[in-house]
Design a protein around this ligand. Structure first.
Ligand code: UD1
Length: 339
């Protein structure tokens, strides 16, 4: 299959390109490198021994997006491209709605004009807002998002569902990710946050290599086993594999499908710190601080539906998530640009 991967040089996109190429698919990467670098393409090619067809393009440009679709004649699209910093989205909501929503509209219009009928969309567990109970399954109500980033995911899901509703031959997989962490085992690709990391594991990784003094643990008074926040961390390679199985499902003309991609296991902040300490061999300094606004106490998936319908199950445990994260961080203390 020939697959267009938007945002292919980002964290999840790059790992998905590797899995696609390893499985024998052709990959067309479209990225404007606004939060990544084309150097990632070389690393993906190094890992797989295969070439990626790459375009530097902003997908909000409808004419240029259409031209790529007309030229490449792809069979399917995996749409990762988008802005993803929760804090920034609160301060720049219009930019988030503009970029995230308009790029999807541009892609879907180009798909419609060129007859491409299979789309995987990179959604998030954030669309469930503050769920009433755990674990979260796909029938839980969506809404109640707490920041514009999350609301763009919610709106895009709705836009795509409406499109599907009137285009009966269109196949759409909405994949709701829990907390992707880790890196490829080679250490050649991984997550490079922009500025001070907001997310837990990228922050711990920078503490581990001495770039930050200590981690702030946001609250130890949640109703969880040790009082710190519990999340469903999932290895990015497992997540990437989920996309390939979703593509297979689309090929069978499934229409609209929605899957949670998580492990079903919740780890607290302290659990993750301890797993990371085991991976790197020394202790991670931290201090307990007050809760972060907008956080919930716990969030983990019921991943049964993905197992039953896709045959997908996360295989890597928290140990390999932390080991691979540390390996990547050691190899790229300053990101991809300066080694
Ligand atoms: C966040 C976003 C979510 C997004 C996801 C991407 C919010 C409210 N949610 O999820 O929309 O899809 O990232 O992976 O921002 N923590 C610390 N210290 C830190 C950082 C985090 O204690 O320096 C704690 C948090 O309080 C939380 C856990 O670690 O309990 C995980 O936090 P994080 O990695 O930011 O992910 P989420 O908040 O779950």
């Amino acid at each position: 299959m020939k697959v267009l991967v938007s945002g292919g040089t980002g964290f999840i996109g790059s790992h998905t390109m590797v899995e696609l190429l390893n499985a024998g698919h052709e990959v067309v990467c479209v990225d404007d490198y606004s939060n990544s670098t084309p150097l990632v393409l070389g690393e993906v090619e190094k890992i797989t021994g295969k070439k990626v067809i790459a375009y530097k393009e902003n997908l909000c440009d409808k004419a240029k997006t259409l031209a790529i679709f007309q030229k490449e004649k792809v069979d399917a699209v995996i749409h990762f491209a988008g802005l993803k910093a929760v804090g920034e989205s609160v301060h720049k909501p219009i930019m988030y709605y503009d970029v995230n929503i308009n790029s999807v509209i541009s892609v879907v219009e180009a798909m419609s004009k060129t007859g491409v009928k299979n789309l995987v969309f990179s959604s998030s567990a954030t669309v469930y807002g503050t769920p009433e109970s755990m674990p979260i399954n796909e029938n839980f109500p969506t809404g109640g998002t707490t920041n514009p980033y999350g609301t763009t995911k919610l709106f895009i899901e709705k836009i795509l569902m409406d499109y599907c509703h009137v285009n009966k031959d269109f196949n759409l997989a909405l994949l709701r990710y829990f907390n992707p962490i880790g890196a490829h085992e080679s250490g050649l690709i991984g997550e490079v946050p922009n500025g001070i990391p907001n997310n837990l594991v990228p922050y711990i990784a920078q503490v581990a290599v001495g770039q930050r003094d200590k981690l702030s643990v946001f609250g130890d008074d949640y109703n969880t086993h040790d009082g710190t926040g519990v999340r469903d961390y999932i290895h990015v390679v497992d997540l990437a594999k989920g996309h390939l199985l979703a593509l297979k499902k689309l090929e069978a003309n499934c229409g609209l499908v929605v899957y949670n991609l998580g492990t079903g296991i919740g780890y607290s902040v302290l659990d993750v710190i301890h797993a990371y300490e085991k991976a790197c061999g020394f202790s991670i300094p931290y201090e307990i601080c007050k809760r972060r606004e907008g956080d919930i106490g716990e969030c983990y998936a019921d991943p049964k539906k993905a197992l039953e319908e896709l045959g997908w199950k996360a295989e890597f445990g928290i140990e390999s998530m932390c080991e691979s994260s540390y390996k990547f961080q050691e190899m790229h203390p300053n990101g991809f640009e300066k080694k």
